[in-house]
Design a protein. Structure first.
Lengths: 172, 254, 172
């Protein structure tokens, strides 16, 4: 077993950077820091022309992928684009088209209760915000869409949302 | 040295008639994985033929063992159940065979089948343990991808919203269609704008609602938005004196 | 960027085995399965004399350290991988060789009750999973081993498990 191979395997299998002082322990102290540094120098040049590189970071040495690899490796990690549930999209549509609305308004239009998670989710994404309170018992928050919502949907203003006049034809 | 207490009586020496050598008793009960394991141990220890077990012998050894063990341990119910089974098999074997019943099953058959199956699994367990195992015997490299993965959020296009709305309308079979056209939508946009201006403030001046220089059309829409806010009781408009300043007040302020 | 380097980096950066069909996606289909298999063959021989080897397991190809490396790598990690108790190993063996089995089946074979912790432990490691329910009162869960179990034991399929002893040899 070649000493370079041991250090290489240790670095490839570690999910954290390993300091030289730690690598010394691989050989129970039989190889000193200088020896480890020599091994690292050899490994650096061995990996010079490959998809990975051996780099020193604050906490020690570690392998990492070269940035040029990203475009390829990203293709493996392609996840299915997440989608919002119908309930979420309808809630968003109501806020966009009927703003400012309270949660009660949304529930009245949808005919079912609206989970607070949906509103929180869109608030967290900074797509909706509370712009005031309706002066009725409970003082419910009035929700409206934000500028970020428009930006993210590539709209200049709400008036660029698709018009809904066609709804008459649906209703027949 | 007290080896055990039986019925409160201290036993100094191991019983002499015990077929199990004392060293076997040194093996704590926990080393056996249950009565089948113990039976296999006894069969092996005494070179009994598993396919032709001498029930008298096996039962006596098993009983002796659990009697001794019982004095030291809380014995699991499975061991006692097995004792009952062994005695039952032994007694059935004492009964005379009926020559006329051809397919009379050897009372030991089921026990033998179980012992063989257990022995197979016991060996398989040892072999599994002998195989190379991730983490124990080898590691899997996992080099960091050196870029931060941003969680991908669902993307929405404006047509999704339209479809969602149309779906709602269709589902609700609204008799009174919400005619939300371009104009009305911009009214609602301005309603939101006025409410945003009111945030954190008790009131604003009427003029502040309007974005001067945005053109007459926008001013009219803003005015309609203000009227709509009043109609929906979201704001109130007040004027203290004739020709005095007009204030737009958010209704949530008391 | 050399294609071998891309596949090598992808395999070194994945903590799970990658099937050939997946590796094809690295090149957006420009290299077919045969091409990927050629790359893998080249990588196998490139890594032949090193601390790691490229192996095929049930869910695809992946690198692993050669077992001889473990004694060195263990010196870096204080925590030793756990050894399983006999009860745990016997339970695992019964699930592996007799799957799908219920907890009752396992108890019947072992002659003692099976602690739920053992099943939970192997489920947590993703070595076993419930694959259905037996249609008897109580509808007990049927357990089977997973692809990860095979991968972690470096096996391509269940048929590579050591054969069961013949009953004759027990009699010895």
């Amino acid at each position: 077993m070649n000493i370079d191979q041991v250090v290489e395997a240790a670095l490839l299998c570690s999910d954290e950077a390993i300091p030289v002082a730690e690598l010394v322990r691989l050989f129970e102290g039989e190889i000193d820091r200088r020896g480890i540094e020599d091994i690292i120098a050899r490994l650096c040049s061995k990996w010079e022309h490959s998809g990975l590189e051996l780099v020193e970071v604050s906490s020690g040495w570690r392998f990492r992928t070269r940035p040029a690899m990203k475009q390829y490796l990203d293709r493996l990690n392609e996840k299915k684009a997440p989608r919002y549930s119908r309930a979420a999209l309808e809630t968003l549509a109501i806020i966009a088209y009927r703003q400012p609305v309270t949660r009660g308004d949304i529930e009245e239009i949808r005919g079912v209760s609206v989970s607070p998670q949906i509103l929180k989710m869109f608030e967290a994404r900074n797509w909706i915000e509370s712009v005031g309170h309706r002066d009725v018992p409970g003082r419910p928050a009035l929700y409206a869409t934000t500028a970020k919502f428009l930006d993210d949907l590539n709209l200049k203003s709400l008036s660029q949302l698709p018009p809904l006049l066609e709804s008459e034809s649906i209703l027949g | 040295m007290i080896v055990a207490r039986v019925h409160g009586e201290a036993i100094q020496d191991l019983p002499q008639d015990l077929y199990i050598p004392p060293e076997a008793l040194e093996i704590v009960l926990e080393t056996f994985e249950g009565p089948l394991d113990l039976l296999l141990y006894l069969i092996r220890k005494h070179n009994l033929d598993i396919l032709d077990i001498s029930m008298a012998e096996l039962t006596r050894q098993y009983m002796a063992y659990i009697e001794a063990a019982k004095a030291r341990h809380e014995l699991a119910a499975e061991y006692l159940l097995m004792a009952a089974l062994l005695v039952e098999i032994k007694s059935r074997m004492l009964l005379p065979k009926h020559a006329e019943i051809e397919d009379e099953v050897d009372p030991r058959a089921e026990l033998v089948r179980r012992l063989l199956e257990y022995e197979k699994m016991k060996q398989a367990a040892l072999r599994l343990d002998g195989m190379e195992q991730a983490e124990r015997d080898f590691l899997i490299p996992c080099v960091d991808l050196d870029w931060i993965e941003m969680p991908e959020l669902p993307s929405v296009i404006s047509d999704d919203l339209k479809q969602a709305w149309m779906g709602l309308v269709a589902r609700a079979k609204l008799t009174d269609p919400h005619r939300v056209g371009r104009e009305e939508l911009s009214i609602r946009e301005h309603m939101t704008g006025i409410l945003k201006k009111l945030q954190g403030r008790d009131f604003i001046e009427f003029e502040e609602c309007f974005d001067l220089g945005s053109g007459l059309a926008v001013m009219i829409v803003t005015f309609l938005a203000l009227l709509e806010l009043v109609r929906e009781s979201l704001v109130s408009i007040s004027q203290a004196d004739f020709f005095g300043s007009i204030y737009v007040k958010a209704n949530h302020e008391y």
